[in-house]
Design a protein around this ligand. Structure first.
Ligand code: CMP
Length: 227
């Protein structure tokens, strides 16, 4: 049995025998940061899982700008939408840091779901969570200014992936550049730079040389993102 498959969200609830049966169907490989795993509009023939690492889901415009639909991490699935609706990839998937991924073909994944219906139930829960998250973000972003959008985004990433440090500060445990924050908040890089400089000056956050963000004053960000 591959111990790692038991950490994948949509395989929660499967027993050892079922996990063992699945493990033979998957390919495992590590990818360096910045690797395009697939591009928007490519045919979707495989479904991917993040064993360890971070992947950003993006959409690009003709003028070169990019929005980040979401950043996903350990245990999460991507590339499942093409499996469900048989349409081409709805977005790009790019590793945000060195990542260990596994994947399988659509047919074998479909067979797994047919044999183990709990996988399909877990997948539905994941899709529902993503829709809730997108709805929440849309409704907040309709009301917030750029400072509020950056604060909301940092708190959102903290809530989902953050680590509390012994110092009482909170770490977003992966590289997050100003370009990424622009992509996540749909704001210009100039506005993001202005906000980040301000947040650092006010001691709300600090950023190290590897672009890891520490939140020092969580309350201040919370009040900026309250509507
Ligand atoms: P697919 O359309 O095959 O390829 C792009 C993938 O991005 C898609 O499947 C999903 O796995 C993922 N994706 C699309 N929209 C979102 C979202 N709102 N949140 C998280 N992941 C998404």
């Amino acid at each position: 049995m591959s111990p790692t498959l038991s950490d994948i969200d949509i395989f929660k609830g499967l027993n050892q025998k079922q996990l063992q049966e699945l493990s033979g169907l998957f390919y495992f490989r590590s990818f360096p940061a910045g690797k395009n795993i697939f591009m928007e509009e490519a045919p979707g023939e495989t479904v991917f899982f993040i064993i360890k690492g971070t992947v950003k889901i993006t959409k690009a415009f003709n003028d070169g700008t990019e929005i980040i639909v979401d950043i996903i991490r350990d245990g999460e699935i991507f590339g499942e939408m093409s499996l469900i609706d048989l349409v081409t990839r709805s977005a790009n998937a790019i590793t945000q840091e060195d990542s260990m991924l596994c994947w399988t073909g659509h047919n074998s994944f479909q067979n797994c779901m047919d044999k183990m219906p709990i996988i399909a139930q877990n997948l539905l829960a994941t899709l529902t969570n993503r829709l809730r998250h997108t709805n929440e973000k849309l409704s907040m972003f309709a009301k917030l200014d750029v400072n509020g959008k950056v604060a909301w985004t940092l708190l959102d990433l903290l809530e989902r992936y953050g680590k509390e440090l012994k110092t009482g500060e909170y770490l977003i445990p992966f590289r997050l550049t100003q370009g990424d924050l622009a992509g996540l908040t749909l704001a210009s890089r100039e506005r993001i730079n202005h906000t980040i400089v301000n947040f650092k000056r006010l001691n709300f956050i600090s950023i190290d040389e590897n672009y890891y963000i520490k939140v020092i004053n969580r309350e201040a960000l919370t009040s900026l993102s309250n509507i």
